[in-house]
Design a protein around this ligand. Sequence first.
Ligand SMILES: NC(=O)c1ccc[n+]([C@@H]2O[C@H](COP(=O)([O-])OP(=O)(O)OC[C@H]3O[C@@H](n4cnc5c(N)ncnc54)[C@H](O)[C@@H]3O)[C@@H](O)[C@H]2O)c1
Ligand SMILES: [Zn+2]
Length: 346
Amino acid sequence: VVAESGAIERIGQLMTDRGWSGRVLLVTDDNLETLGWRARCADALRAAGFAIQSVVLPAGEEFKSLDSLSMLYDESLRFGLERSDTVIGLGGGVVGDLAGFLAATYMRGVRLVLLPTTLLAQVDASIGGKTGVDVGETKNIAGAFYPARLVVIDPSALATLPERLLADGMAEIVKIGCMRSPALVQALRDLQGPATIRDRPDITWTAARLKTDVVRVDPHEKGIRAQLNFGHTVGHGIEAASDFAQSHGRCVAAGMAAESRVAAESNQCQSDVPATVEDLLCRFGLPSRLPGIEAAAALSAARHDKKRERGTIRVAVPRRIGEGTVLAWSQEQLARAIECAVGGEL
Ligand SMILES: NC(=O)c1ccc[n+]([C@@H]2O[C@H](COP(=O)([O-])OP(=O)(O)OC[C@H]3O[C@@H](n4cnc5c(N)ncnc54)[C@H](O)[C@@H]3O)[C@@H](O)[C@H]2O)c1
Ligand SMILES: [Zn+2]
Protein backbone atom coordinates (compact mmCIF):
# COMPACT_ATOMS: atom_id res chain seq x y z
CA VAL A 1 0.00 0.00 0.00
CA VAL A 2 1.32 3.38 -1.03
CA ALA A 3 -0.47 6.31 0.63
CA GLU A 4 0.46 9.78 -0.54
CA SER A 5 -1.18 12.85 -1.90
CA GLY A 6 -0.86 13.20 -5.68
CA ALA A 7 0.05 9.52 -6.09
CA ILE A 8 -2.42 9.00 -8.95
CA GLU A 9 -0.36 11.42 -11.04
CA ARG A 10 2.77 9.46 -10.19
CA ILE A 11 1.38 6.02 -10.90
CA GLY A 12 3.66 5.48 -13.89
CA GLN A 13 6.74 6.17 -11.79
CA LEU A 14 5.46 4.02 -8.91
CA MET A 15 5.15 1.12 -11.34
CA THR A 16 8.49 1.52 -13.13
CA ASP A 17 10.17 1.79 -9.68
CA ARG A 18 8.97 -1.77 -9.15
CA GLY A 19 10.47 -2.91 -12.44
CA TRP A 20 7.08 -3.26 -14.15
CA SER A 21 6.57 -2.43 -17.81
CA GLY A 22 4.40 -3.42 -20.77
CA ARG A 23 0.70 -2.96 -21.31
CA VAL A 24 -1.88 -1.59 -18.89
CA LEU A 25 -5.62 -2.11 -19.17
CA LEU A 26 -7.06 0.83 -17.24
CA VAL A 27 -10.57 0.12 -15.95
CA THR A 28 -12.65 3.01 -14.65
CA ASP A 29 -16.15 4.50 -14.75
CA ASP A 30 -17.71 7.48 -16.48
CA ASN A 31 -17.69 9.74 -13.40
CA LEU A 32 -13.93 9.39 -13.10
CA GLU A 33 -13.68 10.06 -16.80
CA THR A 34 -15.76 13.26 -16.52
CA LEU A 35 -13.83 14.47 -13.48
CA GLY A 36 -10.53 14.05 -15.32
CA TRP A 37 -9.09 11.35 -13.07
CA ARG A 38 -8.79 8.83 -15.88
CA ALA A 39 -6.86 11.27 -18.06
CA ARG A 40 -4.48 12.18 -15.22
CA CYS A 41 -3.77 8.54 -14.58
CA ALA A 42 -3.41 7.67 -18.27
CA ASP A 43 -1.02 10.58 -18.89
CA ALA A 44 1.18 9.47 -16.00
CA LEU A 45 1.30 5.92 -17.34
CA ARG A 46 2.05 7.03 -20.90
CA ALA A 47 4.83 9.33 -19.69
CA ALA A 48 6.43 6.35 -17.97
CA GLY A 49 6.37 4.33 -21.19
CA PHE A 50 3.35 2.08 -20.69
CA ALA A 51 1.05 1.15 -23.58
CA ILE A 52 -2.43 1.76 -22.28
CA GLN A 53 -5.99 0.93 -23.18
CA SER A 54 -8.78 2.53 -21.12
CA VAL A 55 -12.17 0.95 -20.55
CA VAL A 56 -14.77 3.35 -19.18
CA LEU A 57 -17.81 1.59 -17.72
CA PRO A 58 -21.05 3.31 -16.78
CA ALA A 59 -20.97 4.06 -13.02
CA GLY A 60 -23.13 2.02 -10.67
CA GLU A 61 -23.51 -1.29 -8.89
CA GLU A 62 -25.69 -2.66 -11.72
CA PHE A 63 -22.56 -2.69 -13.89
CA LYS A 64 -20.66 -4.95 -11.48
CA SER A 65 -21.96 -7.72 -13.69
CA LEU A 66 -20.99 -10.69 -15.81
CA ASP A 67 -21.81 -8.60 -18.89
CA SER A 68 -19.21 -6.00 -17.88
CA LEU A 69 -16.71 -8.74 -17.13
CA SER A 70 -17.31 -10.35 -20.50
CA MET A 71 -16.74 -7.00 -22.20
CA LEU A 72 -13.50 -6.58 -20.22
CA TYR A 73 -12.23 -9.98 -21.39
CA ASP A 74 -12.97 -8.94 -24.99
CA GLU A 75 -11.15 -5.64 -24.52
CA SER A 76 -8.16 -7.39 -22.93
CA LEU A 77 -7.89 -9.81 -25.83
CA ARG A 78 -8.30 -7.12 -28.45
CA PHE A 79 -5.60 -5.05 -26.75
CA GLY A 80 -3.28 -8.06 -26.64
CA LEU A 81 -2.94 -8.04 -22.85
CA GLU A 82 -0.45 -10.73 -21.83
CA ARG A 83 0.45 -12.69 -18.73
CA SER A 84 3.13 -10.18 -17.69
CA ASP A 85 0.91 -7.10 -18.18
CA THR A 86 -1.19 -5.14 -15.69
CA VAL A 87 -4.83 -4.41 -14.97
CA ILE A 88 -5.47 -1.16 -13.09
CA GLY A 89 -8.77 -0.40 -11.37
CA LEU A 90 -9.24 3.36 -10.95
CA GLY A 91 -12.44 4.08 -9.03
CA GLY A 92 -14.65 2.98 -6.18
CA GLY A 93 -15.42 -0.51 -4.94
CA VAL A 94 -17.42 -1.40 -8.02
CA VAL A 95 -14.52 -0.76 -10.40
CA GLY A 96 -12.05 -2.37 -7.96
CA ASP A 97 -14.06 -5.58 -7.53
CA LEU A 98 -14.55 -5.88 -11.27
CA ALA A 99 -10.96 -5.07 -12.26
CA GLY A 100 -9.81 -7.42 -9.50
CA PHE A 101 -11.87 -10.33 -10.78
CA LEU A 102 -10.69 -9.65 -14.32
CA ALA A 103 -7.06 -9.67 -13.15
CA ALA A 104 -7.62 -12.83 -11.10
CA THR A 105 -9.06 -14.78 -14.01
CA TYR A 106 -7.71 -13.40 -17.29
CA MET A 107 -4.99 -15.85 -18.34
CA ARG A 108 -5.36 -17.29 -14.81
CA GLY A 109 -4.02 -14.12 -13.28
CA VAL A 110 -2.27 -10.92 -14.31
CA ARG A 111 -0.83 -8.16 -12.14
CA LEU A 112 -3.48 -6.08 -10.35
CA VAL A 113 -3.02 -2.46 -9.26
CA LEU A 114 -5.83 -0.62 -7.47
CA LEU A 115 -6.25 3.14 -7.30
CA PRO A 116 -9.25 3.52 -4.98
CA THR A 117 -10.99 6.87 -5.34
CA THR A 118 -13.88 6.60 -2.87
CA LEU A 119 -13.26 6.70 0.86
CA LEU A 120 -14.96 3.33 1.18
CA ALA A 121 -12.64 1.80 -1.39
CA GLN A 122 -9.57 3.42 0.21
CA VAL A 123 -10.19 2.05 3.70
CA ASP A 124 -12.08 -1.12 2.87
CA ALA A 125 -12.77 -2.48 -0.61
CA SER A 126 -9.25 -2.17 -2.07
CA ILE A 127 -7.69 -4.03 0.86
CA GLY A 128 -7.93 -7.72 1.52
CA GLY A 129 -8.14 -9.31 -1.88
CA LYS A 130 -11.87 -9.87 -2.25
CA THR A 131 -12.89 -9.46 -5.88
CA GLY A 132 -16.05 -10.35 -7.71
CA VAL A 133 -19.26 -9.51 -9.50
CA ASP A 134 -22.97 -9.68 -8.81
CA VAL A 135 -25.07 -12.28 -10.58
CA GLY A 136 -28.66 -11.17 -11.06
CA GLU A 137 -29.85 -9.89 -7.70
CA THR A 138 -27.20 -11.73 -5.70
CA LYS A 139 -24.32 -9.51 -4.67
CA ASN A 140 -20.68 -10.66 -4.85
CA ILE A 141 -21.68 -14.25 -5.55
CA ALA A 142 -18.99 -14.95 -8.16
CA GLY A 143 -15.50 -13.96 -7.17
CA ALA A 144 -12.02 -14.83 -6.02
CA PHE A 145 -9.51 -13.85 -3.40
CA TYR A 146 -6.87 -12.00 -5.39
CA PRO A 147 -4.96 -9.26 -3.55
CA ALA A 148 -3.64 -6.33 -5.55
CA ARG A 149 0.13 -6.18 -5.98
CA LEU A 150 -0.07 -2.45 -5.33
CA VAL A 151 -2.78 -0.28 -3.76
CA VAL A 152 -2.32 3.47 -4.15
CA ILE A 153 -4.35 5.60 -1.76
CA ASP A 154 -4.38 9.19 -2.97
CA PRO A 155 -6.32 11.47 -0.60
CA SER A 156 -6.58 14.17 -3.26
CA ALA A 157 -9.21 11.99 -4.99
CA LEU A 158 -11.59 12.76 -2.12
CA ALA A 159 -11.75 16.41 -3.24
CA THR A 160 -14.38 15.51 -5.86
CA LEU A 161 -16.24 12.90 -3.81
CA PRO A 162 -19.71 14.03 -2.64
CA GLU A 163 -20.35 14.24 1.13
CA ARG A 164 -22.88 11.43 1.09
CA LEU A 165 -20.20 9.06 -0.22
CA LEU A 166 -17.66 10.41 2.28
CA ALA A 167 -20.17 9.58 5.04
CA ASP A 168 -20.49 6.00 3.74
CA GLY A 169 -16.72 5.60 4.00
CA MET A 170 -16.75 7.12 7.50
CA ALA A 171 -19.07 4.31 8.63
CA GLU A 172 -16.32 1.78 7.81
CA ILE A 173 -13.70 3.93 9.56
CA VAL A 174 -15.90 4.11 12.69
CA LYS A 175 -16.25 0.33 12.44
CA ILE A 176 -12.55 -0.43 12.28
CA GLY A 177 -11.74 2.09 15.00
CA CYS A 178 -14.33 0.66 17.39
CA MET A 179 -13.12 -2.90 16.78
CA ARG A 180 -9.37 -2.40 16.56
CA SER A 181 -8.06 0.93 17.83
CA PRO A 182 -8.90 3.24 20.75
CA ALA A 183 -6.40 5.72 19.26
CA LEU A 184 -8.30 5.91 15.98
CA VAL A 185 -11.57 6.49 17.85
CA GLN A 186 -9.86 9.29 19.75
CA ALA A 187 -8.62 10.83 16.49
CA LEU A 188 -12.16 10.69 15.05
CA ARG A 189 -13.25 13.03 17.83
CA ASP A 190 -11.20 15.77 16.08
CA LEU A 191 -13.54 15.58 13.11
CA GLN A 192 -17.00 17.06 12.70
CA GLY A 193 -18.90 16.25 9.53
CA PRO A 194 -17.86 13.86 6.76
CA ALA A 195 -16.03 16.53 4.72
CA THR A 196 -13.45 17.05 7.47
CA ILE A 197 -11.82 13.72 6.56
CA ARG A 198 -10.40 15.47 3.48
CA ASP A 199 -8.00 17.34 5.77
CA ARG A 200 -6.96 14.25 7.70
CA PRO A 201 -5.34 11.74 5.34
CA ASP A 202 -3.57 10.32 8.39
CA ILE A 203 -6.94 8.98 9.60
CA THR A 204 -7.68 7.35 6.23
CA TRP A 205 -4.25 5.72 6.21
CA THR A 206 -4.58 4.51 9.78
CA ALA A 207 -7.93 2.89 8.95
CA ALA A 208 -6.47 1.28 5.82
CA ARG A 209 -3.46 0.00 7.78
CA LEU A 210 -5.68 -1.47 10.50
CA LYS A 211 -7.58 -3.44 7.88
CA THR A 212 -4.32 -4.52 6.26
CA ASP A 213 -3.13 -5.85 9.63
CA VAL A 214 -6.30 -7.90 10.06
CA VAL A 215 -6.34 -9.44 6.58
CA ARG A 216 -2.63 -10.23 6.73
CA VAL A 217 -3.26 -12.51 9.71
CA ASP A 218 -6.52 -13.93 8.36
CA PRO A 219 -6.74 -13.57 4.56
CA HIS A 220 -9.60 -16.03 4.07
CA GLU A 221 -11.88 -14.96 6.92
CA LYS A 222 -11.44 -18.02 9.10
CA GLY A 223 -11.05 -16.05 12.31
CA ILE A 224 -10.30 -12.46 13.26
CA ARG A 225 -11.32 -11.03 9.87
CA ALA A 226 -14.90 -11.70 10.99
CA GLN A 227 -14.46 -8.74 13.34
CA LEU A 228 -14.78 -6.49 10.30
CA ASN A 229 -18.45 -7.44 10.17
CA PHE A 230 -19.42 -5.15 13.06
CA GLY A 231 -22.74 -3.56 12.06
CA HIS A 232 -22.98 -5.73 8.97
CA THR A 233 -25.23 -8.57 10.19
CA VAL A 234 -28.05 -6.15 10.96
CA GLY A 235 -26.82 -3.73 8.28
CA HIS A 236 -27.06 -6.23 5.43
CA GLY A 237 -30.56 -7.16 6.60
CA ILE A 238 -31.87 -3.61 6.50
CA GLU A 239 -29.98 -2.83 3.31
CA ALA A 240 -31.74 -5.72 1.56
CA ALA A 241 -35.11 -4.86 3.15
CA SER A 242 -34.79 -1.29 1.86
CA ASP A 243 -34.25 -2.76 -1.62
CA PHE A 244 -30.85 -1.06 -1.54
CA ALA A 245 -32.56 2.35 -1.39
CA GLN A 246 -30.50 3.06 1.73
CA SER A 247 -26.74 3.15 1.22
CA HIS A 248 -24.48 0.46 2.63
CA GLY A 249 -22.78 2.94 4.97
CA ARG A 250 -26.05 4.20 6.46
CA CYS A 251 -27.30 0.65 7.00
CA VAL A 252 -24.04 -0.42 8.62
CA ALA A 253 -24.23 2.67 10.84
CA ALA A 254 -27.71 1.75 12.10
CA GLY A 255 -26.46 -1.84 12.38
CA MET A 256 -23.51 -0.86 14.59
CA ALA A 257 -25.73 1.20 16.88
CA ALA A 258 -28.28 -1.60 17.20
CA GLU A 259 -25.79 -4.46 17.60
CA SER A 260 -23.86 -2.62 20.30
CA ARG A 261 -27.07 -1.66 22.13
CA VAL A 262 -28.25 -5.28 22.27
CA ALA A 263 -24.77 -6.49 23.25
CA ALA A 264 -24.70 -3.97 26.11
CA GLU A 265 -28.16 -5.09 27.31
CA SER A 266 -26.91 -8.67 27.35
CA ASN A 267 -23.74 -7.65 29.23
CA GLN A 268 -21.65 -8.71 26.28
CA CYS A 269 -19.86 -5.38 26.03
CA GLN A 270 -19.04 -2.41 28.25
CA SER A 271 -22.04 -0.24 28.94
CA ASP A 272 -20.49 2.89 27.38
CA VAL A 273 -20.04 1.29 23.95
CA PRO A 274 -23.48 2.13 22.44
CA ALA A 275 -23.28 5.82 23.39
CA THR A 276 -19.75 6.16 22.01
CA VAL A 277 -20.77 4.50 18.75
CA GLU A 278 -23.80 6.76 18.41
CA ASP A 279 -21.75 9.88 19.13
CA LEU A 280 -19.31 8.95 16.36
CA LEU A 281 -22.10 8.23 13.88
CA CYS A 282 -23.83 11.50 14.69
CA ARG A 283 -20.55 13.34 14.06
CA PHE A 284 -20.57 12.15 10.45
CA GLY A 285 -24.28 12.59 9.80
CA LEU A 286 -24.82 8.84 9.93
CA PRO A 287 -28.08 7.41 11.33
CA SER A 288 -28.34 5.29 14.49
CA ARG A 289 -31.76 4.12 13.31
CA LEU A 290 -33.49 3.81 9.98
CA PRO A 291 -37.22 3.98 10.69
CA GLY A 292 -39.59 2.97 7.96
CA ILE A 293 -37.87 -0.26 7.02
CA GLU A 294 -39.95 -3.34 7.63
CA ALA A 295 -38.51 -5.34 10.53
CA ALA A 296 -39.75 -8.74 9.32
CA ALA A 297 -38.16 -8.32 5.91
CA ALA A 298 -34.89 -7.14 7.46
CA LEU A 299 -34.85 -10.06 9.88
CA SER A 300 -35.38 -12.65 7.19
CA ALA A 301 -32.67 -11.06 5.04
CA ALA A 302 -30.26 -10.97 8.01
CA ARG A 303 -30.98 -14.63 8.76
CA HIS A 304 -30.05 -15.56 5.22
CA ASP A 305 -26.80 -13.68 5.45
CA LYS A 306 -23.80 -15.91 4.84
CA LYS A 307 -22.34 -15.29 8.31
CA ARG A 308 -24.97 -17.57 9.78
CA GLU A 309 -23.91 -20.74 11.54
CA ARG A 310 -26.33 -23.50 12.67
CA GLY A 311 -29.06 -21.77 14.64
CA THR A 312 -26.82 -19.13 16.18
CA ILE A 313 -25.76 -15.97 14.46
CA ARG A 314 -22.22 -14.65 14.62
CA VAL A 315 -22.16 -10.96 15.40
CA ALA A 316 -19.02 -8.84 15.70
CA VAL A 317 -19.11 -6.10 18.35
CA PRO A 318 -16.58 -4.12 20.38
CA ARG A 319 -16.17 -5.68 23.84
CA ARG A 320 -14.90 -2.25 24.77
CA ILE A 321 -14.10 0.65 22.47
CA GLY A 322 -11.14 -0.36 20.30
CA GLU A 323 -11.30 -4.06 21.15
CA GLY A 324 -13.58 -6.26 19.08
CA THR A 325 -14.90 -9.75 19.55
CA VAL A 326 -17.26 -12.12 17.73
CA LEU A 327 -20.31 -13.36 19.63
CA ALA A 328 -22.78 -16.16 18.99
CA TRP A 329 -26.24 -14.65 19.18
CA SER A 330 -29.65 -16.24 19.54
CA GLN A 331 -32.42 -15.60 17.04
CA GLU A 332 -34.10 -13.44 19.73
CA GLN A 333 -31.07 -11.18 20.08
CA LEU A 334 -30.90 -10.73 16.32
CA ALA A 335 -34.62 -9.93 16.17
CA ARG A 336 -34.21 -7.41 18.97
CA ALA A 337 -31.29 -5.71 17.22
CA ILE A 338 -33.30 -5.42 14.01
CA GLU A 339 -36.14 -3.85 16.01
CA CYS A 340 -33.68 -1.31 17.44
CA ALA A 341 -32.25 -0.55 14.00
CA VAL A 342 -35.58 0.12 12.32
CA GLY A 343 -36.74 2.31 15.18
CA GLY A 344 -38.84 -0.12 17.17
CA GLU A 345 -39.24 0.14 20.91
CA LEU A 346 -36.15 0.13 23.09
N1 LIG B 1 -13.78 -6.13 -2.09
C1 LIG B 1 -14.15 -5.79 -0.87
O1 LIG B 1 -13.58 -6.23 0.12
C2 LIG B 1 -15.29 -4.84 -0.72
C3 LIG B 1 -15.54 -4.25 0.52
C4 LIG B 1 -16.58 -3.33 0.62
C5 LIG B 1 -17.35 -3.03 -0.49
N2 LIG B 1 -17.09 -3.63 -1.68
C6 LIG B 1 -17.88 -3.31 -2.87
O2 LIG B 1 -17.65 -1.95 -3.19
C7 LIG B 1 -18.79 -1.42 -3.86
C8 LIG B 1 -19.13 -0.09 -3.23
O3 LIG B 1 -18.02 0.76 -3.36
P1 LIG B 1 -18.17 2.34 -3.51
O4 LIG B 1 -19.00 2.86 -2.42
O5 LIG B 1 -16.80 2.85 -3.70
O6 LIG B 1 -19.09 2.46 -4.81
P2 LIG B 1 -18.82 2.86 -6.33
O7 LIG B 1 -17.63 2.21 -6.87
O8 LIG B 1 -20.12 2.62 -7.01
O9 LIG B 1 -18.56 4.43 -6.24
C9 LIG B 1 -19.58 5.27 -5.82
C10 LIG B 1 -19.77 6.43 -6.78
O10 LIG B 1 -18.69 7.34 -6.61
C11 LIG B 1 -18.16 7.73 -7.86
N3 LIG B 1 -16.77 8.12 -7.61
C12 LIG B 1 -15.72 7.32 -7.35
N4 LIG B 1 -14.65 8.04 -7.03
C13 LIG B 1 -15.00 9.33 -7.09
C14 LIG B 1 -14.31 10.55 -6.85
N5 LIG B 1 -13.04 10.57 -6.45
N6 LIG B 1 -15.00 11.71 -7.02
C15 LIG B 1 -16.32 11.68 -7.37
N7 LIG B 1 -17.01 10.57 -7.60
C16 LIG B 1 -16.36 9.39 -7.46
C17 LIG B 1 -18.37 6.53 -8.72
O11 LIG B 1 -18.37 6.87 -10.07
C18 LIG B 1 -19.74 6.05 -8.25
O12 LIG B 1 -20.76 6.75 -8.92
C19 LIG B 1 -19.88 -2.46 -3.74
O13 LIG B 1 -20.00 -3.15 -4.97
C20 LIG B 1 -19.36 -3.41 -2.68
O14 LIG B 1 -19.81 -4.73 -2.85
C21 LIG B 1 -16.07 -4.52 -1.81
ZN1 LIG C 1 -19.17 -2.59 4.73
